[in-house]
Design a protein around this ligand. Structure first.
Ligand code: SF4
Length: 117
């Protein structure tokens, strides 16, 4: 075996070891976080006094418009700057920076709504 062959084998081993570490980190580090987020309870007025005081509704169409006059048609969590899911998401749930430990509905709304810029 020549020196070139040895160098080539060494580079290949280094590449494979790095790929294995990166893959392991991805599997061990990212999957549990996603699993934890998916396991968070859904926010409701009955399980969060803050949500109750902010008039959170999982469906923005049910917002009490007489009480929350700032609500404007089209406002919902998926277009709020505090929503941690994809912007403009039509359905589903994701975290909200203002309600740690819960997931909010993409179509939900609360009085802290702030449009994404
Ligand atoms: S702060 Fe925004 S994302 Fe969070 S619950 Fe209220 S409207 Fe939804």
């Amino acid at each position: 075996m020549s020196q070139d062959d040895n160098r080539h084998d060494s580079s290949r081993r280094t590449f494979l070891a790095t790929a294995a570490i990166v893959t392991s980190a991805a599997v061990l580090g990212l999957r549990p976080r996603r699993a934890k987020a998916a396991a968070l309870p859904l926010l409701s007025q009955s399980n969060s006094p803050l949500a109750k005081s902010m008039g959170y509704e999982p469906d923005a169409q049910n917002v009490n418009r007489a009480k929350y006059r700032t609500y404007a048609r089209g406002e919902h969590c998926a277009v709020c700057q505090f929503f941690q899911g994809a912007s403009g998401e039509k359905a589903g749930y994701a975290g909200c920076q203002l309600y740690p430990g819960f997931r909010v509905a993409a179509q939900g709304w609360c009085a802290s709504f702030t449009a994404r810029s």
